[in-house]
Design a binder for this molecule. Structure first.
Ligand SMILES: Nc1nc2c(ncn2[C@@H]2O[C@H](COP(=O)(O)OP(=O)(O)OP(=O)(O)O)[C@@H](O)[C@H]2O)c(=O)[nH]1
Ligand SMILES: [Mg+2]
Length: 385
């Protein structure tokens, strides 16, 4: 629903539109109303009163999406910080309104005194900021990969609605999923999958958008932390759109990748939704976009077209795995070390001989180095194949 007019202080939209909106909510059995514009607490309150459903604005919607995706403590704190900062200038008005009537979004606030609630939010903000400062310090001490695994990781990235989740499902289809339970350190949006017979980790991420409110940028960037640590970024572009939109969104994506510090990660671009275009149209677009997109591969996640060429191209850009073997004495710590290795890398064989165990495994080179260190500590010998 759209309306062009001066903002109404009570409802944001005109009272005629409010009626229309209330009817539409009933007819569609909507559960929530989302405004593209920023809403004042009084407007949200009044709209809820007229429509009987929760009313939020774009800022709150983005927060909800980020909150669902946040995997790290830092990302969760950044999101909470943004939420409280949004709340602070609204706190007093919200409590006053909540005292009038309990309704979604104002629930429980009726018990607060106006100033007490305001001070509570302020204290929360200081508290979160202090926590973030400690985390920041810790991270600088060891800026290593968050998921310490011997597999390569691939992060999907791209503008919202480009088809990241669809492509994620096309690549990580049931047939290709492997040993999920093993990876307890993985976030909910990461899958272990087999590509061209090699096990890799594939992560879906939250979509990039422009007009991102300034106060949400930190939260957004920390939500994307996994992208920085991945071995390849699989950038998804909706090629079905008008060329100027494609270029604008592509720029947002490339700028964001740079801003989060992932510009050194190789990019493979999936030009998605080819099924929406006629052959001649598609060829023209591919030609025009060739120099703007790193390693472009046309695909359709919906029809699963060309997915295997995409997978082959991804494999070409991955660092080869290292095969290595080691032998350690059977002492108190060997079994926990070996089960640690089993859950983090591809163990090819394990043989017991007298008082020693011999293991052959495959992993990305930096992880193999970690294993070498542990083996030496345990008094063993290590060899690259
Ligand atoms: N025609 C066509 N539609 C597609 C294709 N891939 C995805 N879509 C549609 O595009 C819409 C968005 O797809 P998603 O996979 O949810 O996109 P996303 O990038 O994960 O979106 P966000 O997570 O919101 O950022 C859905 O309606 C999909 O059905 C495709 O190859 N062809
Ligand atoms: Mg998605």
């Amino acid at each position: 629903m759209e309306q062009v007019r001066q903002r109404d202080p009570a409802y944001q939209i005109g009272s005629g539109k409010v009626k229309e909106l209330a009817d539409m909510v009933k007819e569609k059995q909507a559960e929530k109303i989302i405004f593209d514009n920023e809403l004042k607490p009084l407007q949200a309150y009044n709209l809820t009163k007229e429509t009987d459903v929760e009313v939020i604005d774009r800022f709150q919607l983005i927060l909800e999406i980020f909150a669902r995706r946040a995997a790290t403590t830092e990302a969760k704190l950044q999101i909470e910080l943004a939420r409280q900062r949004y709340e602070l200038p609204r706190a007093k008005e919200k409590v006053k309104l909540a005292k009038k009537r309990e309704q979604p979004g104002f629930m429980g606030l009726g018990a607060y005194e106006v100033d007490i609630y305001y001070e509570t939010v302020k204290r929360q903000i200081h508290h979160i900021q202090a926590k973030l400062r400690t985390i920041g310090k810790k991270r600088n001490l060891h800026r290593t990969r968050r998921t310490e695994l011997g597999y390569s990781t691939i992060s999907l990235a791209g503008y919202t609605s480009a088809g990241k989740s669809s492509l994620f499902n096309a690549i990580a289809g049931e047939a290709k999923r492997v040993g999920e339970g093993l990876f307890t350190t993985l976030s909910t949006t990461t899958r272990a999958v087999k590509l061209a017979n090699r096990k890799v980790l594939l992560t879906d991420t939250v979509g990039f958008i422009d007009r991102l409110p300034l106060t949400l940028i930190e939260a957004f960037h920390s939500t994307l932390e996994e992208t920085i640590f991945s071995d390849i970024i699989l950038l998804v572009v909706d090629i079905g759109e008008a060329e100027e939109d494609i270029k604008r969104k592509l720029n947002v994506c490339l700028e964001t990748i740079q801003a989060i510090g992932a510009s050194s990660v190789p990019i493979v671009t999936a030009l998605n939704k080819t099924d929406l275009l006629a052959k001649s149209d598609l060829d023209q677009k591919l030609l025009n976009l060739k120099d703007l997109t790193p390693n472009p591969i046309p695909v359709s996640a919906l029809l699963k077209t060309n997915i295997s060429s995409l997978e082959q191209d991804i494999m070409r850009h991955l660092e080869p795995l290292l095969q290595a073997s080691f032998s350690i004495p059977l002492e108190s710590q060997h079994s926990s070390f070996i089960s640690w290795l089993f859950s983090r890398a591809e163990v090819k064989s394990q043989k017991y001989e007298g008082d020693r165990v011999h293991v052959v495994f495959e992993a990305v080179p930096w992880f193999a180095d970690k294993v070498r260190e542990r083996v030496i500590q345990l008094g063993g010998t290590f060899q690259e194949a």
